[in-house]
Design a protein around this ligand. Sequence first.
Ligand code: SF4
Length: 286
Amino acid sequence: MKVIRAKVLGFCMGVRRAVDMAEGELRTGGRRVCTMGPLIHNPQVLESLQSQGAEILAEDNLPENLAGVTVIIRAHGISPILEDELKKRGAVIADATCPRVKASQMKAQVLSRDGYILFLAGEKRHGEVIGIQGYAPDCIVAANPDEAAAAAEALFHSNPGVKTALIGQTTISAEEYTRIGEGIKKFFPGLEIINTICGATNERQDALRELCGEVDAVIVAGGRSSANTRRLLSIACEQGKPAWLVESPEEIPAEIAAYNTIGLCAGASTPDETIGAIEKALLVMD
Ligand code: SF4
């Protein structure tokens, strides 16, 4: 069996920065270290951090007293209300919010303050979306073009003259984002569309499309809870390739042995070690 890696795969800048920051805090020692929710969407990384002493805090069950505890904000960011709450309870904040997500949060805050009604394109329950929403409490979250158009129509009936803007979750596909913008523009032609799509996501998606031309099947390495990893799986399927998402070598399906050339790609939260272990396991499957 031949395995070809995508030209771009694995950790993006924001995830690497968050993991490095967490490991640095744990190495420093002397303080209890917690992450606000799971730091990134990858089970191996979370297990590794927990084995080094990190604890995961749940928003609906925050300890009353966090005096002197270092709390690391994940790459997806959190809402300002939650950050204030952590500080009130005594936490020392280590902010690992990805700079690109931070830029979306700041843009949302400014637009909201300037009287815009903000449309936020993305998955309603995704941490990044919830965090950005915190900076623009009146924003309208739309998961797809139909939802966006329906919300825009309702807004048009209640407030036709309002200024509107669109921000997207950094991992949304460019095509979906364009369609969502078009749905809103039917009612608000002056919609300001802010380009918030992260280049890291596109780079991994483009590398996978290129890879699909050279392989018989695709393995996507990464966590199932990672939106950008799941998106890679959809792209491989759209390209007509048999494809599987696996979190570890043990999950590689036996059917893969029927294919000669396997493409290997990985989401932006998949560590190098996991990619290497999956590649090694594929190579001995002949
Ligand atoms: S995918 Fe982009 S926005 Fe998201 S954490 Fe990585 S670098 Fe940041």
